[in-house]
Design a protein around this ligand. Structure first.
Ligand code: FES
Length: 177
């Protein structure tokens, strides 16, 4: 099955064109589940699209829904429930700082504000050069290591003092060159 453009109703978003390589990755995820439970692969498919495109557009949600036999709204419910899915384009480096209560008690909010100030952005904002998006996030499951943060949804960093935050930003800037 391939994802094709869908334009049969003026109110329905058009499905994104997905490459054969992307569809092959989808197929590998779907194969992990019984044939009548393809929708179980929705989170994996969303992650694949985000890895390849940097974010999950409404058009990509429609394409995933088409592929998995799900209504677009059902895909959207998953995208909006988990804050790891980017609902709009983000910077090359997405920095999420935990500000849930246990981290709040150990400088989580201060760490967030330090990064925001250093990069000159508001919570959820992206630097003009497109390098960094900074946002608070929910508990990352490492409360004892606060302040805790996540880089690009993959790398978790602990004990993020101002000095360590500054060093991280400089390291990522250097990586981007
Ligand atoms: S509250 Fe921040 S990691 Fe749990």
């Amino acid at each position: 099955m391939t994802a094709s453009n869908v334009q049969n109703a003026s109110t329905k978003p058009v499905a994104a064109q997905l490459s054969e390589a992307t569809l092959a990755r989808f197929a590998r995820e779907v194969a992990k589940y019984p044939a009548d439970q393809k929708s179980s692969a929705v989170m994996a498919c969303l992650s694949i699209v985000q890895q390849e495109q940097g974010w999950v557009s409404g058009e990509a949600e429609v394409a995933i829904g088409d592929y998995l036999g799900m209504a677009p709204i059902a895909v959207r419910e998953v995208t909006t429930f988990y804050n790891m899915y980017n609902q709009r384009p983000v910077g090359k480096f997405k920095l999420n700082v935990c500000t849930n209560l246990p981290c709040q008690l150990r400088d989580g909010q201060r760490a967030l504000e330090h990064v925001l100030k250093k990069l000159g952005v508001e919570d959820g904002g992206t630097t003009p050069d497109g390098l960094f998006t900074v946002a608070k996030c929910e508990c990352l499951g490492a409360c004892a290591d606060a302040p805790v943060m996540l880089v690009n949804d993959r790398q978790m960093l602990s004990y993020m003092s101002d000095d360590r935050l500054d060093a991280l930003v400089e390291t990522l800037k250097a990586q981007a060159k």
